[in-house]
Structures are given as structure tokens and as C-alpha cells.
Ligand binder design. Structure first.
Ligand code: HGY
Ligand code: MN
Ligand code: MN
Length: 416
């Protein structure tokens, strides 16, 4: 390093980037940045600045993925990196966006150190991974993998705006999504960096870890309908109270998951109509989400859920609608890429701990295109999808260091 070279604190730089973009949010606690909104547009401007500072060529693709590509011959194979720009409602400042900022800073650092890579690197900022605004997600990575079902473009948000219309209003070309499919022969793989969103690394005293597999996930929409009536005059005998039925299902779902320690079951949304204090609920909708690293365990739980719901509806005289609205299989990470990543972590002094991901990620969709690997960064108290979510500047710096070591080792391995 020459005497007057600037010594950059890359972890501090990352913290500053993430604090700044966290302010690009709807009002309220934490971060609320949904896809194809003003907040999304302002975030793209911010990320474009990061990418340009790192000397990347920037463009927005037809699916709303912002892509920063390093200078490399057009024919050079490409390593994909990145994650999602969107958040849950009142979420944290690190989920997703950390995986966009850190590879950009790693490329800036390698550029500063004069390190040339024999392959191109593209950093991808995907529009929508959380699936909070629309009942679907992963549009960007599925477009690159060629696995997007165009029918999802007709799905609507709570205001009745279709995904297609939201993308058109955002200035995108949803009908051109089919042209985004990448040729797998041109892609080396995909590496996603993500806050762990759990307590494992913190309890192991590790800043970084590598992911073995991403859990499978399925979501069911359930609706119980009964008969409303005056809360004071309708006798208890013979009531067809939809919320009593829903409450029974919530309890049973919880029991189902406690019976199998690899299964996670969550009722995250529930609405009850007419929703007034002095009327018997007649129409209750709820979502049930099931996750497991083993697809058979998850699917059996999904079947049990339907059986339980039918039994409850019959015993309470309720009408029932239940349907699986979303599912994605468990996704193992690529072993060769993971071994390479683990070596990079160990070169930074980390143990290279291996752990499964209970959260799902963009990588689960990109696995249909290319080998995928994931690096986790320690998450304070394991808290995520909440304003308290936090990763330290030191750990962010370690992650950038590991990414640089991963890239340079890959460069040394590549045919020159
Ligand atoms: O739900 C998840 O696992 C991810 O945070 N979207
Ligand atoms: Mn995420
Ligand atoms: Mn998330």
C-alpha cells in the first residue's frame, strides 16, 4: 500500500450506506419499503450512486432489478451477487439491502486495490422478495432464471392494483420479462450475503457463517364463514361464530409445529368481520405459513392443516374455504461454491460455521439458473423483520473482507 493511500473503514462505509437508505421508507417505526413505490424509486437512485462510486455500469431491467456490472469483456462469464431492496412493514435496516451494499463495496475495494477479475460481476438489487405488497414474490430472480409464471402479473395488492399495472406505472416492461432469461452457460453462480435473522452465529461467537440450505415454505389462505348477530341477544347455544372456529385452528396449527421441531408454523394475518365489539364475527380470513428444511414434513403438515380446518368447520357449523396460495421447495446450496465461500471466511479468521436458513431468499429462485451460495452475517439477538434488527460495522467489514477474498480466490482459480 503506498504511503498516502487512503485507509478505508469498509464496515463503517457499509453502516453509513445502510443507515442512509433505511431512511427511505414509509413513515412509522423501522423500514417499510415496498416494491414499485416512491420509496423503491428513491432507493434505486441511492443504490445507483453506490454502484457508480464503485465504477459499475448500471441499468434497470424490465422486471425492476437494478443491475451494476463490473467492467469486463462482454464474453466473460458472470458471477451474480446481490439481494432484495424491499422490506417487510416496519422491518429492519439490514434484511436484503445489506446483500446489495456489501458486494458493491467489495468491488469498490478491489478496484481501489487495483485487483482485476477475469470474470464480470453483476450486483443485483431485486425489487420484491418479501411478498408483502403482492401475494407473490421473487419476480426478479425468477425472470433471470426463466421460471416466472406470467399469471402472477395479474395478482393484485390490497388496493386492487395488479402487479402488471404497478410495474407499468413504475416505468417497467412486464411483457418483456421473458427476454431476461440468462443462459446458464454464461453464469458462474450466485452469491447472496444476508443478515442471519436468527441467533445461531451470535451464540457461536461468529461474525459470519455459510448457509447449507434454504427452508421450503408454503402459505394457505383460510376463510371461515358463520352467522353474525347481536352480541347481547344471540344465545350462546347454536351460535356459528367464525372467530371461534379460527381460534381453534390457530391453536391446532401451533400444536402441529410443536410436535415436530424442524417445522415452523405461523398465523401472521387474521381479519374478522364485521369487526365490531357488539356483533358476533361472521367472516374470518387468516393466513397459515409452514416452513421446514424437509419438503415431505412441510407437505404432510399442509395436508394435516386442511383436515383439521374441515373438522373445525363441521363442528362449529361454519362454511370453509382453504387453499394453498404459495409454495417453494427447500433449496440446498451448491457444495462446491459453498466450500469456496467457507475457505474465504476461514481466510478472514472465521470458523466458517455452516447453518440452515429458516428464512427464504432470492437465492432459492436463482438456484433454477445457476449454483448458489449464501453468507450470513451475525444478527444482534437474532431479531429481524423488526426495527431492532442490527448488524455491527465490524461484522459488515468482516463480510466485505470475506467477499474480497472469495472473489480474488475465484479469480486465481479461473482460467486466465
Ligand atoms: O419470509 C422470509 O423468509 C423472507 O424474509 N422473505
Ligand atoms: Mn431477506
Ligand atoms: Mn425478510
Amino acid at each position: 500500500m503506498t504511503r498516502n493511500a487512503v485507509v478505508t473503514d469498509w464496515g463503517r462505509r457499509a453502516s453509513q450506506y445502510l443507515a442512509k437508505i433505511a431512511s427511505i421508507s414509509e413513515p412509522g417505526a423501522g423500514v417499510t419499503r415496498l416494491p414499485f413505490t416512491n420509496e423503491h424509486r428513491r432507493a434505486l437512485a441511492e443504490i445507483t450512486g453506490w454502484m457508480q462510486t464503485a465504477n459499475l455500469e448500471v441499468h434497470l431491467d424490465a422486471a425492476g432489478t437494478l443491475i451494476g456490472r463490473s467492467k469486463a469483456p462482454k464474453s466473460a462469464p458472470t458471477l451474480l451477487m446481490g439481494s432484495h431492496q424491499d422490506s417487510v412493514r416496519h422491518g429492519g435496516a439490514f434484511d436484503g439491502i445489506m446483500g446489495v451494499a456489501l458486494p458493491i463495496l467489495a468491488l469498490e475495494r478491489l478496484e481501489q486495490e487495483g485487483q482485476r477479475l477475469p470474470f464480470a460481476v453483476e450486483v443485483l438489487a431485486f425489487a420484491d422478495e418479501e411478498g408483502v405488497r403482492f401475494p407473490t414474490a421473487l419476480i426478479g430472480p425468477r425472470a433471470l432464471a426463466g421460471s416466472l409464471d406470467p399469471a402472477v402479473l395479474e395478482m393484485c395488492d390490497a388496493e386492487g392494483t395488479s402487479l402488471r399495472q404497478a410495474m407499468l406505472d413504475f416505468g417497467l416492461a412486464p411483457d418483456k420479462i421473458g427476454t431476461l432469461r440468462r443462459d446458464p452457460a454464461t453464469v458462474i453462480g450466485y452469491l447472496e450475503t444476508h443478515i442471519e435473522q436468527g441467533p445461531v452465529l451470535e451464540s457461536a461467537g461468529q461474525a459470519l457463517g455459510v448457509v447449507t440450505a434454504i427452508c421450503g415454505i408454503e402459505r394457505h389462505q383460510v376463510r371461515f364463514r358463520g352467522v353474525t348477530g347481536h352480541a347481547g341477544t344471540l344465545p350462546m347455544e347454536g351460535r356459528r361464530d367464525a372467530l371461534v372456529g379460527a381460534a381453534g385452528l390457530v391453536t391446532e396449527v401451533n400444536r402441529l409445529a410443536h410436535a415436530n421441531k424442524t417445522l415452523r408454523a405461523t398465523v401472521g394475518t387474521l381479519t374478522a368481520l364485521p369487526g365490531v365489539v357488539n356483533a358476533v364475527p361472521a367472516d374470518v380470513r387468516l393466513s397459515v405459513e409452514l416452513r421446514a428444511p424437509d419438503d415431505l414434513v412441510r407437505e404432510q403438515a399442509g395436508q394435516a392443516l386442511h383436515t383439521i380446518a374441515k373438522t373445525i368447520a363441521n363442528s362449529h357449523g361454519l362454511d370453509l374455504n382453504i387453499a394453498r396460495s404459495y409454495h417453494q421447495p427447500a433449496q440446498p446450496c451448491d457444495e462446491a461454491l459453498t466450500i469456496h465461500l467457507q475457505a474465504a471466511l476461514q481466510a478472514t479468521g472465521s470458523q466458517g460455521l455452516r447453518l440452515a436458513s429458516g428464512a427464504t431468499h432470492d437465492a432459492s429462485a436463482l438456484a433454477d439458473l445457476c449454483p448458489v451460495a449464501m453468507m450470513f452475517v451475525r444478527c444482534r439477538d437474532g431479531v429481524s423483520h423488526a426495527p431492532q434488527e442490527y448488524a455491527s460495522a465490524d461484522d459488515l467489514g468482516s463480510a466485505i473482507d470475506a467477499l474480497c477474498k472469495f472473489l480474488t480466490a475465484l479469480a486465481n482459480k479461473s482460467p486466465s
